[in-house]
Ligand binder design. Structure first.
Ligand SMILES: *Cc1c(COP(=O)(O)O)cnc(C)c1O
Length: 844
């Protein structure tokens, strides 16, 4: 702090150093009031604001009663927030002692803390905010990037310029962390550092913390004196550098993160690997268990029990995999002392097909509970990772899903929050995941909702014009062009937003496939449409940057000038303007590559209507009344799907979307009805409160409980389960289905469908106890939409000898073994985390 804080405003720094401000408009308004221009200039960063504002100005506010009143109100809200009872406290009072540690390579809380790139980071930030709101004992672990991600500038030709800013950490809303056991009282407290091996070098990491409401996110920083120059750059850039940088960063995140938790002495009950980047945390935890004297297989059992893994993309390039020599080089310093287990460690992430060390494989092999980020993505992931689970159907693969959401208070426009609050029940925000709370949206008068929306649209347009004018000034364009930028876009025109990373699968240029058709839409005499685009392409993604250039080129053509615009530097601030201010949110990825997508969820809460391919979250969110779906036959080849998507986009814009928007004026009541449907049906479901409650109920708590169970009595259960699994694995090849008798002979005609018959199977178990298995009969039943798998559990009927048992089941009489049904045996145990825990299924 450089500016002295007057005593009557003593708690301002407390507010500035807690990211609670990022989802509380009243706190933002307070800081903005201190110096509106500085507030805008400094990326809404209150720490810098307090450093740069003059002490005279602060002194004046310290005596300004209106300001003091506002300050007191914000503090009251802040105190009330921290003291309020919470969902977790009410639901799981017995589980408040152990934290959930959530590891992620990026966290997107707010533009004032630029350590995120896109969707993954925003999701992680929103996850933490809801964890705070819900009172979950929760800790985030991430990296503190000296140069963050890049700032994007777009040049006169539409080229993306990546600008790197070197951040001074003392100017960010983060604080150094001090060692918990401080030394003698007279010694200066020193910032906590932890050390780890990266290859054969010792790398020191400084530990920082971001306060996020009630929770903390610890951030690791390798720019420490004494580290080699290369190591000091390790945490310089998010997703920057080479593959060498990446693997070293992931070692810092996973292994360094665990070391930081230990240095802080924080009891952790479960670990969440949020995307494969963080999976090395399991290596460090395995090593800790080995140091305790546990054998590897028992250590692995414990680590798996307490690890939750979320995978975030079906795009192959999104799954980090490193050449084996690179992996071996960077783990040179890890294995001394553990040479005997080296291969066993390595096997956990080894992909024999590609001869690479794969982070997703590591995560899958070391977590008992795994999932994708939408229903469709769960399905796609089960297909992708089926080979890990032996001979079972894709739908049986033990990978689930919890659909992503967004943090409502962060993304909902304050104007709308205020308006909703007038109609919804008193607790609507704290009970936002309850659909009942939202039913009164219906009673919102159309004029009011429309007028609030219109205000947000005008705000967006003012912001967009300034963004465009700034591009013109910087690229040295004429005064005429700057003035033109300031007149671009119209608040009366139907406005469509498209903002996301410029990754090629998101197909940002789809709408430009037929420029004359687009021209007729944009320049329609009664029903004009305008488009706003924004997004960054990864600096190494040249096809992605080509997309920006192409859209920029179209935006400069006479028919589209001022009506199709490309805004630069998409960040959380620009995202808020867009998702709150456009009329329609367009999303047209190549299905099924958009694992979830979250920007459309932000739009939906704000009454912005989704117009999207049925991919990711929209596949389950769309109900026929709350937006539009872009058609394609998903079974067709990609060219056909792309052609059908394009045609569908134009058709819907021409015949449904524009006509509905312009049907009535000045208040387009039929349009507003659809806005309400969108809010009412989507807001209760696609928020992070619902998501984090799902994670807590379905993954964190089961992990905590099972880990406790396995750890009791000096890991007695863990040892039992691990030994048992090893035994099963060694002897499973002796389990054989000898014979299946379906009561028919080959020549006998098929029997009617409505009759049942008794089927038997003789199973030889060898040394495996038959009660440790399930014998199942499987067949497929035709339903109008698809063939569905039917599983019948067979019951033991008669024991033949010590190791052979005859099982039976009643099934429809027309089914024959071989063509119609099969029988399988699989190991089961109530101490397993789930079905198909072992990839051992014997089918006959
Ligand atoms: C929400 C958000 C994203 C993610 O949007 P998707 O729809 O998942 O692509 C990316 N960047 C920013 C700045 C966001 O706010």
């Amino acid at each position: 702090m450089t500016t002295a804080i007057p005593s009557s405003l003593a708690r301002l720094p407390e507010l500035a150093y807690n990211l609670w401000y990022s989802w509380n408009p009243s706190a933002q308004a307070l800081f903005s009031r201190i110096h509106p221009q500085l507030w805008e200039q400094l990326q809404h960063n209150p720490v810098r604001l307090l450093q740069e504002v003059t002490s005279e100005a602060l002194e004046a506010f310290a005596k300004d009663t209106a300001f003091l009143r506002q300050y007191e109100q914000v503090l009251q809200q802040w105190d009330a927030y921290r003291e309020a009872g919470t969902w977790f406290g009410d639901t799981y009072p017995q589980h408040t002692q152990q934290a959930i540690a959530y590891f992620c390579a990026e966290f997107g809380f707010h533009e004032s803390l630029p350590i995120y790139s896109g969707g993954l980071g925003i999701l992680a930030g929103d996850h933490c905010k809801s964890a705070s709101d819900l009172g979950i004992p929760f800790i985030g672990i991430g990296l503190l990037y000296k140069k963050g991600y890049f700032k994007q500038r777009i040049d006169a030709e539409g080229g993306q310029q990546a600008e790197y800013v070197t951040y001074d950490f003392t100017k960010l809303p983060i604080l150094p962390v001090y060692a918990p056991r401080t030394k003698a009282a007279n010694e200066e407290a020193e910032q906590l550092t932890v050390a780890l091996q990266v290859s054969d070098r010792t790398v020191k990491l400084k530990v920082w913390a971001a306060e996020v409401g009630r929770i903390r996110v610890y951030l690791l920083d390798a720019d420490v004196e004494g580290n080699s120059p290369w190591d000091r750059e390790l945490t310089a850039q998010l997703y920057g550098g080479t593959q060498d940088t990446r693997i070293a960063q992931e070692i810092v995140l996973g292994i360094g993160g665990i070391k930081a938790l230990r240095a802080l002495d924080i009891p952790v009950g479960a670990y969440h690997i949020n995307e494969g980047h963080a999976a090395f945390l399991t290596f460090e935890r395995l090593r800790e268990q080995l140091d305790q004297g546990l054998p590897f297989h028992v250590a692995l059992e414990l680590v798996r029990a307490s690890t939750v893994f979320t995978t975030h993309t079906p795009v192959p390039a999104g799954h980090d995999a490193f050449p084996m020599p690179m992996y071996e080089y960077y783990f040179r310093g890890f294995f001394p002392g553990y040479e005997a287990q080296r291969d066993t460690f390595t096997q956990l992430g080894y992909d024999p097909d590609k001869n690479l060390f794969n982070m997703t494989h590591l995560a899958l092999n070391t977590s008992a509970i795994r999932g994708g980020v939408s229903k469709l993505h769960g399905q796609v992931s089960r297909d992708m990772f089926r080979k890990f689970h032996g001979n079972i159907d894709a739908n049986e693969v033990p990978i689930g899903h919890i659909t992503n959401g967004i943090h409502l208070s962060t993304w909902l426009a304050p104007e709308l929050k205020e308006l909703y609050g007038r109609f919804l029940p008193g607790h609507w925000q704290s009970q936002q995941a309850d659909p009942e709370q939202w039913s009164a949206i219906e009673h919102l008068p159309a004029e009011w909702l429309w007028s609030a929306h219109r205000q947000l649209k005008e705000k967006l347009i003012r912001h967009a014009r300034e963004n465009l004018a700034e591009q013109c000034r910087r690229t040295g364009q004429s005064a005429g062009r700057i003035e033109e930028a300031q007149r671009s876009l119209s608040p009366d025109a139907l406005t469509i937003g498209f903002a996301r990373r410029f990754a090629t699968y998101k197909r940002a240029n789809l709408i430009f496939s037929d420029l004359s058709r687009l021209d007729r839409l944009v320049n329609h005499p009664e029903r004009p449409i305008q488009f706003l685009f924004a997004g960054k392409a990864h600096p190494a993604d040249h096809p992605g940057q080509e997309l920006i250039r192409e859209i920029h080129r179209v935006s400069q053509l006479a028919p589209f000038r001022g009506k199709v615009v490309v805004l630069e530097n998409y960040d959380t601030s620009l995202a808020r303007y867009l998702v709150q201010g456009v009329d329609v949110w367009l999303n047209n990825p190549r299905r099924p590559y958009e694992a979830s997508g979250t920007s459309g969820q932000k739009a939906a809460m704000n009454g912005v209507i989704n117009f999207s391919v049925l991919d990711g979250w929209w596949e389950e969110g769309y109900d026929g009344t709350n937006g539009w779906s872009i058609y394609a036959n998903n079974e067709a080849d990609w060219e056909t799907q792309e052609r059908e998507n394009k045609e569908s986009i134009y058709q819907l814009l021409e015949h449904e979307i524009a006509p509905l928007y312009y049907q009535e004026s000045p208040v387009p009541t039929p349009w507003v009805s659809r806005m309400k449907r969108s809010i009412q049906t989507l807001a209760p479901k696609y928020n992070t409160d619902r998501m984090v409650m799902d994670y807590t109920n379905d993954t964190y708590l089961p992990s905590l409980r099972r880990t406790e169970h396995l750890s009791a009595d000096a890991f007695a259960e863990a040892t039992k389960v691990a030994d048992y699994k090893r035994f099963i694995q060694q002897h499973w090849h002796k389990v054989r289905i000898i014979e299946v008798n379906d009561g028919t002979s080959a020549r006998q005609p098929a029997l009617p469908v409505d009759r049942l018959k008794d089927v038997t199977a003789t199973v030889k178990f060898g040394p495996v106890w038959f009660k440790d298995t399930a014998v199942e009969l499987l067949y497929y039943e035709e339903h109008p939409d698809a063939w569905r798998q039917v599983i019948v559990t067979m019951e033991p009927a008669r024991q033949l000898d010590d190791s052979s048992v005859i099982y039976h089941a009643m099934i429809p009489a027309h089914l024959k073994h071989g063509p119609h049904f099969s029988v399988r045996v699989l190991p089961i145990s109530e101490n397993f985390a789930r079905r198909f825990e072992l990839p051992l299924v014997t089918t006959f």
